[in-house]
Design a protein. Structure first.
Lengths: 404, 295
């Protein structure tokens, strides 16, 4: 009798002490940043994404409201099996509530399935494949920053409309490259252009000369680079060497990041046109973020992926706090979709039923060396693609969630 | 238009030439490995990392000391060669009596450490390095546009490879070296300082890797991972040519570059596996390698 009462009192005391945190599963929120920490996508996501997530947590002030937030991170090595194992261990053993970032569409598509199976939350900033909100869409996933359709639409449209109507693709041979090539090809054909040919190269390829020679022989006006990171920079550098641009053909970098331009140097990269979701030098809020970010990241300025991680984590924390629980992944994502997004980096936005985050996209051109006034001053804005036109219409995506 | 296997002949010639260019990197790197293995019995897995260091030294010289490409071509191999000699003196020396496996494991560990340090310091997106002004531009050969710089790479690598072969196989110094690997005690009895000779040989093999690194800097991004992408292929080249065979590694290097180039025309998806298919086949049919002596 007395023992029972003592236990009862103890339980009541524990519950009272725990009110602030009791809503969150396992005593707090645990964010897992799953990224490429050691290979070609490290600088454009990697440790910078961990930093961006941490900055989002700090800026949210959530710790002051006695909710504990912990961030863990891991390297997926660009291997779907490694990424899947980490995701499973995080969800099952380490009690991670949400996985963010995850460049490499192959890995992201695998984690997408696991997050659905375990009913957790997956916020994609790094990966590009538009299948994440298309045929593979999930009630547990939000695709935040950009996707292959948006890149193809922004860059492809702009180039075809200015006369670049015959294309040859250099495509990274995995999920992302295939998706980017498919989406761009659709834009080119829709605008009355044609595709002269394509070649698939292995991921992390050093020598592009053979492929460039084939592209040269195709006589296409535009060589579309459906790849990313080190593959894109090597291809651009070697295209300059082989006189591709001097010979009258032009390059279209379909996915180019700030860090790629930095690695190429302006003399090689100048004049490149591409689509991005965010650039650090566009307004004061972005500049302030970039200043703080680069100071903690060896001077490397934030890419759109980093900004996307910040924005996604900010919105996630808000929604979980409003919901007073992080336990049910589907419920959290539903709440995130129902609430308009607002943060310092992306401003106001929305999330569609298929999991696509909607905001403006921008068409940038790389400055000539003479135009650049300061380190990392690389882009000039060519056009703003309004949010309503920037992403694939829901009806074209074939997402099962949107069919009722 | 006439075609060969459905490919226009000019495309084919172009790919053959490109294969030769890539082959020159394979040849230079596998040559360094062959020299080190032949004379020290060490399977030097750190070779790729040292090649990367060569490229980084070139970048550093330009960025911080204002010394251009031609200085880098001279100074980077010396600097990296010295680093190699320190490795040899401090670490590798203790493993000569043990199985090959120990040397392989130590150098593999070293490679990971070096790459990790560079990645930590410089990130993964690479540093820009321009083609020197003298070698910019190119020549139109009719079937392809040959950048002057690539032509220079083939010439430089052929000269270096053949000079190395000549030095080891045809000079007195080379004879000492080969004798020292056969019977170090006897050679030492003739008054030759064998340990010092071995240190210098390792330094030379490493310098070859750094030289290739400088040649590669204007073509590829100067990137901490550039060596690890290449080293596995280069090892396959050494295995196919025959471990320790100097001429074997040179010929196989160029030949496999060409095979790879052709694969990129006919079936690009397989271009990074074809060399390993050849390696597996050669191991089954002639385990000592195409040019190796089985003993």
């Amino acid at each position: 009798m007395t023992i029972k009462r003592m236990l009862g009192t103890a339980a009541a005391v524990l519950m009272a002490a725990g009110t602030a945190q009791a809503q969150m599963s396992d005593g707090g929120i645990k964010i897992g940043v799953l990224s490429d920490m050691s290979s070609l996508y490290t600088d454009l996501s990697g440790a910078g994404s961990v930093l961006a997530a941490r900055m989002a947590v700090e800026d949210s002030g959530i710790a002051g409201r006695s909710i504990k937030v912990e961030i863990v991170s891991a390297d997926h090595q660009n291997k779907a099996d490694v990424g899947s194992n980490t995701a499973r261990q995080w969800y099952d053993v380490d009690k991670v509530d949400v996985i963010v970032d995850t460049p490499n569409s192959g890995v992201a598509l695998a984690v997408n399935e696991i997050s659905r199976e375990k009913n957790k939350v997956f916020l994609v900033s790094g990966a590009a494949s538009s299948d994440l909100t298309g045929s593979k869409c999930s009630p547990n996933t939000i695709h935040w920053t950009y996707d292959t359709w948006a890149l193809a639409n922004g860059t492809g449209n702009a180039i075809v409309k200015t006369g670049g109507d015959s294309w040859y693709f250099l495509t990274a041979d995995y999920a992302f490259g295939h998706a980017l090539e498919r989406d761009t090809e659709a834009v080119v054909l829709k605008n009355g252009g044609k595709v002269n040919g394509k070649v698939r190269h292995p991921l992390n390829n050093a020598d592009f000369s053979s492929f460039l020679l084939q592209a040269q022989a195709s006589k296409a006006k535009i060589i579309g680079l459906a790849n990313a990171g080190g593959d894109t920079t090597n291809a651009i550098k070697q295209a300059a060497e082989f006189g591709i641009v001097k010979g009258g053909q032009n390059l279209a970098g379909l996915l180019v990041f700030l860090t790629d331009v930095h690695g190429l140097g302006l003399p090689t990269a100048q004049g490149l046109i591409f689509t991005e979701a965010w650039y650090w030098d566009m307004n004061d809020a972005n500049r302030a973020f970039a200043k703080k970010f680069s100071a903690a990241n060896r001077g490397i300025h934030p890419t759109m992926i980093h900004a996307g991680v910040y924005s996604a984590v900010t919105h996630y924390l808000k929604s979980v706090e409003a919901l007073k629980s992080d336990a049910d992944g589907k419920a959290v994502v539903a709440r995130m979709k129902a609430t308009p997004t607002e943060d310092t980096l992306f401003g106001k936005g929305t999330i569609r039923a298929d999991g696509r985050k909607i905001h403006d996209m921008y068409l940038f051109e790389v400055k000539a060396p003479a135009e650049s006034k300061a380190p990392w001053d690389y882009y000039k804005l060519r056009a703003t693609i309004p949010a309503a036109d920037a992403f694939r219409p829901v009806a074209d995506g074939n997402c099962p969630l949107t069919k009722s | 238009m006439s075609t060969i296997f459905g490919i226009p002949p000019q495309a084919l010639f172009g790919q053959l030439l490109l294969g030769l260019i890539n082959g020159s990197f394979y040849a230079m790197l596998s040559l360094g490995l062959a020299v080190i293995f032949g004379l020290l019995n060490i399977i030097n897995f750190a070779h790729g990392a040292l090649y990367m260091m060569g490229a980084f030294v070139a970048w550093f010289l330009l960025q911080h000391l204002g010394l251009g490409y031609w200085w880098a071509l001279l100074l980077a191999p010396i600097a990296v060669g010295l680093v190699g000699m320190v490795f040899e003196r401090a670490m590798l020396r203790h493993l000569y009596k043990l199985d090959h496996l120990y040397g392989l494991l130590l150098t593999f560990g070293l490679a990971l450490i070096i790459e990790g340090l560079f990645r930590n310091g410089f990130g993964s997106s690479g540093q820009p390095y321009r083609i020197p002004a003298e070698l910019q531009g190119g020549t139109n050969l009719g079937f392809m546009f040959l950048p002057n710089y690539r032509a220079w790479v083939v010439v430089a690598s052929l000269v270096v490879c053949l000079a190395t072969w000549f030095m080891i196989e045809r000079t007195r110094l080379g004879a000492y070296l080969r004798a020292a690997t056969e019977n170090p005690a006897l050679v030492q009895a003739f008054g030759i300082n064998v340990p010092r000779m071995i240190t210098l040989t390792y330094g030379f093999g490493v310098a070859l890797a750094a030289f290739a690194g400088v040649l590669a800097a204007p073509i590829y991004q100067v990137n901490p991972l550039m060596g690890s992408n290449l080293i596995i292929v280069v090892f396959a080249v050494v295995v196919i040519g025959g471990m320790g065979s100097i001429m074997g590694s040179i010929v196989t290097g160029f030949a496999l570059g060409i095979v790879e180039g052709l694969t990129k025309v006919f079936y690009p998806e397989a271009s990074n596996t074809v060399i390993f298919v050849i390696m597996a086949t050669v191991l089954l049919i002639k385990p000592a390698g195409l040019f190796g002596r089985s003993n």
